[in-house]
Design a protein around this ligand. Structure first.
Ligand code: SME
Length: 162
């Protein structure tokens, strides 16, 4: 499972998501195919989903979009709550190696040990994020982060073109 032992795997995954983005029409289709792909190909990505900012909500709130994995109680998350809220509010990737040590963490599953949340930008503004949970501690190394940030960028570019 060590990422550094599998450099080609990440390269192949990146090429495969690039292909996905050329095969679909609407951003929603890309998000659906992407969660399916990442969840299926990466055994340590146990929950993969998008949260998108709901237009006009006060306080600004994220709404659960396309996802794979167990249903979550957190279908709407205000920006001042959770790791999801922190990533969207700051516009920065948040990686949490041990969710039990992070007071911001909103639990979705007792099995979750680590989490990464990557914001999605459209024309410079955060519009949502890609959230991945793992049953393994510290599951998101440098190559995972690069891959997931690439996925979030692809969705942002797709939304800009739509
Ligand atoms: N853990 C997230 C909530 C979403 S679930 O992971 C699907 C958080 O702390 O914001």
């Amino acid at each position: 499972m060590s990422s550094s032992a599998e450099p080609h795997k990440y390269e192949e995954l990146r090429k495969a998501v690039d292909r996905l983005s050329t095969e679909v029409g609407m951003p929603d289709q890309l998000m659906e195919r992407m969660v399916q792909f990442l969840h299926e190909k990466m055994l340590k990505y146990n929950w993969v989903g998008f949260y998108m900012l709901e237009p006009g909500t006060k306080p600004p709130t994220l709404a659960l979009g396309r996802f794979r994995g167990a249903m979550t109680p957190h279908t709407r998350i205000p920006l001042d709550q959770g790791i999801c809220g922190a990533a969207a509010a700051s516009g920065k990737t948040v990686v949490v190696d041990d969710v039990r040590q992070d007071s911001r963490y909103l639990a979705c599953s007792l099995e979750t040990k680590s989490e990464i949340v990557v914001p999605i930008f459209v024309r410079g503004s955060v519009v949502g994020e890609l959230d991945i949970d793992s049953h393994f501690p510290a599951a998101f190394g440098f190559e995972d982060r690069e891959l997931i940030e690439h996925c979030a960028q692809l969705v942002g570019k797709h939304m800009e073109r739509a």
